[in-house]
Ligand binder design. Sequence first.
Ligand code: ATP
Length: 220
Amino acid sequence: MQDTMARRVALLGGTFDPVHAGHVALGAHFMALLQADELWVMPALPWQKAALAASPQQRAEMVELAFAGQPYPVVVDKRELQRGQPTYTVDTLRELRAELGPQTSIAFLMGADQLQRLDTWHDWQDLFGLAHLCAAARPGFELGALPPAVAQEFARRAATPEQIRNTPSGLTCLAPDLALDVSATGIRAALQRGNKPGSLSLLIPPVVLDYIEQHNLYKK
Ligand code: ATP
């Protein structure tokens, strides 16, 4: 069957404090699975997290460094940072849908930790009218242990990568085989304990480690 969609965008939002190998792997995993044309990475000013350690500009710069040189086009979209106040994902997706048009396939990516709390997101059920939702496994978080309403929506909308590619929104997919045990919390804690950035080189892209050292980030 011939694919008919003109454009397929995968979108990864996050706080990226700092960006790490889990984020890069999450993007790469779904770019390969969905064969999307572009990965958009969107650093956020979050509602649901305590104060962040790096500034919005630093987080965006680290994201740009981490995703440079991928074998697919990457757009680092700073709209949420530029608003200067936290934004709900559903509002950003409304804006993006208006910009990208009704036909574009938009897949919003997340890890299992976020999926487990999806029902705390503002107007979460409206997300499906705007984008597909694709979630990947993450060590410590069960893809199978979801709030009943989230599990029900995900099961009812479950689709193949091909269906996701050829539909603008409304479908879901789970990627159970991503298993990168890395978190920004763990990285910040290790750096605060005084671990040398070099000891984290499997967990963060080296260019980001250099940036962290140069800017003296995540020290006590
Ligand atoms: P923190 O530890 O500060 O909560 P984090 O490591 O979860 O941060 P975020 O910037 O909050 O990083 O994550 C952005 C998105 O990437 C979220 O959807 C999150 O679930 C996903 N993600 C982060 N790390 C991984 C990972 N190791 N495997 C799969 N998904 C991940």
